[in-house]
Design a protein around this ligand. Structure first.
Ligand code: C5P
Length: 418
């Protein structure tokens, strides 16, 4: 999900770097907004390097449509998190002042707001600050309370910014109450509510010997975004993931696998009871015929590896469904570098699946290792080319179409679950 991380001018600003990292590890995208005083503590370049996005430091920066940027961002974020939040920004939020990007964003967004205050003990205890905190709490703003301890100003007491882990956990609790089940209203409203969903994500590693493998560049982010969005809509999600450094979202079950063969066994074992299978994983198409028991040593000028085709998991699910006349909704992915829609349609027909989500991996802003994607969704009624968007948004677009399919065939899928 997309999180706006507001950083204000406190000594704890350096901890916000860890907060950004922690959120990313859990598969979120972070856009950092720094107030002018925050930049005196930590350089924007630090956040830029971590978030791989432009850091917003000035509402009136020229050339970037900045006068409307806060409105665009306000409507696309899933959470506004401010860490550390100074007495000053709390005062602005509480009183509706909007004289910089962050305070303007607060007044413009409808997203949940989470604030981690940090300041001197006496400031934290001051009646004016307490009143602002109360006003914000009454408006639904949530807080990660400051800790007690040694403060940079030399005082010992309450006011130190909460630890990054705690802040990340508080953000997760707001974004994904799904680890413990969705909000009942949301679950009931979505066609995916209560449905069994399998999502695969990430690469597979095909071992050559005990130290080498054949892998690919998939980070798992697209599959993670789908798993998280399905869980948010109330689905009972099992995420089957290949090896990746990105943290998976907190869904009901996370099954970690390594090779295409492992992924095949994990998916096939669960697919019979599923309502939907989304194969977002970049499964290896070929795997070494033999895995050497010992490390292969350097010898001749060339080395030949003999590879064998891996089982096509999605193809197998498609064939089974065709034979049985019923089965889960099937969604596949296609990473293409040319004739994207055409290749995707061929794949859809060949694998007997409902939707193929194709992305042009020759673009640098879409596909592997980035937070954005430009997908073409190919279904029975043709291809829809969607613009560049965050993977979170793309996941929602994909699941909107899946919900239409599920709504159209409830009996077929329900029959399988009994
Ligand atoms: O056939 P191709 O690899 O181009 O198709 C990609 C789609 O098929 C993806 O959804 C991928 O997860 C799935 N796939 C699979 N089993 C394989 C290879 C790919 O299920 N062995």
């Amino acid at each position: 999900m997309l999180i706006a991380l507001g950083v204000t001018g406190g000594i704890g600003a350096y901890k916000a770097v860890e907060v950004a990292r922690g959120l990313q590890k859990r598969g979120h995208e972070v856009v950092a907004i720094m107030t002018a005083s925050a930049t005196k503590f930590v350089g924007p370049v630090t956040f830029e390097a971590i978030t791989r996005r432009r850091v917003i430091t000035d509402q009136f920066e020229s050339g970037a449509n900045s006068d409307i940027e806060h409105i665009a961002l306000a409507s696309s974020i899933d959470l506004l998190l401010v860490a550390p939040a100074t007495a000053n920004i709390l005062g602005k939020f509480a009183n509706g002042l909007a004289d910089d990007f962050l305070s303007t964003l607060y007044t413009a967004t409808r997203a949940p707001v989470l604030v981690a205050p940090a300041m001197n003990t006496n400031m934290f205890a001051h009646e004016a600050v307490r009143r602002n905190l109360d006003a914000l709490a009454a408006r639904g703003v949530r807080f990660v309370d400051p800790g007690e301890g040694y403060l940079a100003c030399g005082w010992i007491g309450k006011g130190r910014l909460a630890e990054p882990d705690e802040i990340v956990a508080a953000a997760e609790a707001i974004l994904r109450p799904t680890g413990t089940g969705p909000a009942p209203r949301e679950a009931a409203a979505s066609v995916l509510g209560g449905r069994r969903v399998i999502v695969t994500a990430g690469p597979t590693y095909e071992d050559v010997d005990p130290v080498r493998f054949i892998g690919n560049r998939s980070s798992g982010r697209m599959g993670f975004a789908i798993a998280a969005e399905a869980a948010r809509r109330g689905a009972d999600v099992t995420l089957i993931m290949g090896p990746t450094a990105v943290e998976p979202p907190a869904v009901r079950d996370v099954v970690k696998v390594r090779s295409a063969a492992d992924m095949h066994d994990a998916v096939i074992g669960l697919a019979d009871r599923a309502d939907l299978v989304v194969m977002a994983a970049a499964v290896a198409d070929y795997s070494p015929v033999e895995r050497a028991a010992q490390k292969v040593h350097k010898a001749g000028e060339t080395l030949t590896l003999v590879l064998r085709k891996t089982p096509d998991i999605l193809g197998e699910l498609g064939r089974r469904r065709l034979a049985a006349g019923r089965g889960p909704v099937l969604v596949g992915f296609a990473a293409e570098t040319e004739r994207v829609s055409e290749q995707a349609e061929a794949k859809r027909a060949h694998k007997h699946v409902d939707l193929i989500v194709a992305n042009d991996v020759s673009r640098s802003d879409a596909g592997f290792e980035v937070d954005t994607n430009a997908v073409t969704i190919v279904g029975a009624h043709g291809a829809e080319v969607l613009p560049l968007m965050t993977k979170t948004r793309a996941a929602a677009e994909i699941l909107d179409r899946v919900e239409r399919l599920l709504a159209g065939s409830p009996a077929a899928t329900r029959a399988l679950r009994n």
